[in-house]
Design a binder for this molecule. Structure first.
Ligand SMILES: [Mn+2]
Length: 302
């Protein structure tokens, strides 16, 4: 496969800074070598998408912090992601915090719309990221990054890269979730997302959960985007994330899920976000992220 790696060092969609160093941490953890070992051709988008530093920006609206610069960066990312699909390259987007997904999903939405392709998203996350400026408790846009492409929230984000709904929430599933805000839940139910909570994973086991997720997408779409927030993992395994939350995926569970998804042959793009080296221990979260990417791209033990 021909992969284009797109790095987005943007961390001001979250309160805890540092995920802007995520891409270089994943590079240090041997991403390029891993892609080569799997037999993939990969190239880095160069020059990358410029991201301003938070210190030089105005926060603006407290209910949608840094809306203007986030929309600007995400608009450029959307263009690049769409260009990848046009050029038959596989986009591998490295964050940054999860707000960058607004760019990725907008680019994919536009690219697949013009091809009349049915597409869906698997959102691997401890949180729902389905807030709007009305429901948010923090005002951080990384908590709105799934809602916006599904058509909920501020126009600057929902109409980014084209005034239409980029992603059908009915073709969207969340897995790993264990913390939702009260009003966020209401919006999620209204939108009709499919949700596999950590309680579902406990009850079904990871094998059955993964099987049901693959079936969900096989029944609905031609191509699947996988967006992985590293906070889906348990902090014992992945401490270097913006919002660590106990009770997440174990090391084995997440790799099993990734391998099962890869075996479905549905995956058309990947995004990994919220690797935060400032909060990490000896780069283990970035190394975990590279392992997840590897399995999603077909890596197996034997
Ligand atoms: Mn997230």
């Amino acid at each position: 496969m021909n992969i284009r790696v797109i790095e987005i060092p943007l961390d001001f969609g979250a309160s805890r800074r540092g995920s802007d160093m995520g891409p270089s941490a994943m590079r240090l953890a041997g991403l390029k070598q891993e892609l080569n070992n799997l037999g993939h051709e990969s190239e880095e988008l160069f020059p990358g998408i410029p991201v301003p530093s938070q210190e030089f920006l105005e926060m603006g609206d407290e209910k949608a912090k840094y809306l203007v610069p986030i929309a600007e960066v995400c608009g450029k990312l959307a263009k690049e992601v769409e260009r990848c699909i046009d050029e038959k390259l596989f986009p591998l987007v490295l964050g940054g915090d999860h707000s960058i997904a607004i760019g990725t999903l907008s680019g994919l939405g536009s690219a697949y719309k013009k091809r009349n392709k049915r597409w869906g998203t698997l959102w691997v996350d401890a949180h729902g990221d389905f807030n709007t400026p009305e429901s948010t408790l923090s005002g951080n846009i990384h908590g709105m990054s799934l809602a916006a492409p599904c058509g909920y929230g501020r126009k600057e984000l929902t109409a980014l890269h084209g005034d239409f709904r980029k992603l059908d929430p009915k073709n969207t599933a969340i897995v790993g979730v264990r913390d939702l805000d009260p009003k966020e839940k209401i919006t999620m139910k209204e939108a009709g997302l499919s949700v596999f909570t950590m309680t579902d994973v406990d009850r079904l086991g990871i094998a059955e959960t993964a099987k049901q997720i693959v079936q969900f997408f096989k029944d609905r779409v031609d191509v699947l985007h996988v967006s992985v927030d590293m906070d889906a993992m348990d902090p014992m395994t992945a401490p270097g994330v913006g919002i660590p939350l106990s009770g997440g995926f174990s090391y084995r569970e997440v790799l099993f899920l990734a391998e099962t998804l890869a075996a479905s042959s549905l995956i058309g793009s990947i995004e990994i976000v919220e690797v935060n080296p400032v909060l990490d221990v000896k780069n283990q979260t970035a190394r975990m992220a590279v392992e997840i990417i590897s399995r999603l791209l077909g890596g197996t033990i034997y």
